[in-house]
Write a protein that binds this ligand. Structure first.
Ligand code: URA
Length: 201
């Protein structure tokens, strides 16, 4: 990732370059590319998996149900969203049509690895002081190898180049936990992970 040639000198130019991406087949069915969003000087970069249905339509990351939950937890943690950079491991929505609905499908290793090049561009431009990987796809992209969140949670790792990395859950997990107590526990841990990263900025 670190040896990627820089193709844009600003996030706006990078987003423009991403619109022409054909590095994997996902561009064919998605409405549009969803670039990362935030300040070029942001000290914290948060990486999710891929845009969902709402993000695909809006062209912005984390604006759907998982994004609303993420915003709530950020606000409770005292982290202003407009001071961080939010992006995804994969920049196009992967889905399976089911009637009128489009069901989310997780990106495969090849899609993550092809899209990793764009994340490398974002990292070069933003040069954050700390990274947060939300979920295994983000973790794979940032580390350049498969790893589980459980194996890395609670510790501060470094990606190639030395930027500290905190691994945490993807907020969509909180939408799927039915047991209220278990959900509250997981949410509190998620918030603590985000706060820990924020302290490193
Ligand atoms: N889930 C993600 O990982 N990213 C988004 O942008 C939205 C939902």
């Amino acid at each position: 990732m670190s040896d990627a040639e820089v193709v844009a000198d600003s996030l706006g130019a990078l987003a423009e370059a991403e619109t022409a991406c054909t590095r994997c087949p996902l561009y064919r069915n998605a409405t549009q590319v969803v670039p990362g969003e935030g300040h070029q000087q942001a000290r914290m970069m948060v990486v999710g998996e891929q845009p969902g249905d709402k993000e695909d339509l809006a062209g912005r990351p984390f604006v759907g149900p998982a994004g609303r939950l993420f915003d709530q937890v950020l606000a409770e943690a005292g982290i202003p969203r407009d001071r961080i950079f939010v992006t995804n491991a994969v920049k196009h929505f992967k889905f399976e049509p089911r009637g009128k609905r489009r069901l989310h499908r997780s990106p495969n290793a090849g899609e993550i690895d092809r899209c990793r090049w764009w994340l490398g561009q974002e990292l070069k431009l933003v040069a954050p002081a700390v990274l947060v990987a939300m979920g295994a796809s983000a973790l794979r992209s940032l580390l350049g190898r498969p790893a589980t969140i459980a194996s890395l949670r609670g510790a501060i790792r470094e990606i190639e180049g030395g930027t500290p990395l905190i691994a945490t859950i993807h907020p969509s997990l909180l939408l799927r936990i039915r047991d209220a107590e278990a959900r509250d526990r997981e949410r509190a841990q998620f918030m603590a992970d985000l706060q820990r990263a924020w302290q490193l900025t």
